[in-house]
Write a protein of this length. Sequence first.
Length: 132
Amino acid sequence: MWTCPKCERELKNPNQWHNCVKVNIDSLFEGKSEELVYVFDRLLSVIMEWENVAVSATKNCIVFVHHQTFLIIRPMKNQLDLKFYSKEEKNEFPIVKSIFYSGKFENHIRVAKLEDVNEQVLILILQSYQLL
C-alpha cells in the first residue's frame, strides 16, 4: 500500500491516479439525516474490526480498501448507496443493481435505517472484502 502525501489516501500502487482531494468524512453527511450518520457508524464499526482495512473519503463517497477497494459508500439525500463486489451476479433482495465490470460484478444496496444493516448485508460486504 502507498499513502498519498497530499490527501493521505491509501492506494495500491505508488503514484496511482486518484481524485487527490482531502475530504473529511463528516462533511459528506452535512444536511443528511441523523439516522444516516448512525447507519454509517454501524457499518464502520463492524468493518473496522476486520484486518487491514483503510478508509478514505473522496468528494462524494467513502472508500474501504483491503488490498483493493471492496466497498464504496455514497451518502445520498435519504439513503446510503453501498457498492461492493462479487464473482457472480446478484439479483435477489436487497440488491438493487448488479453490473459486470472489469472481471467482477459491482452490486448496489440502498440502506436508510439501522435495521437495514442486517446480517445479510454484512455478509455480502464481508464476501466482497474476502474476494479481493
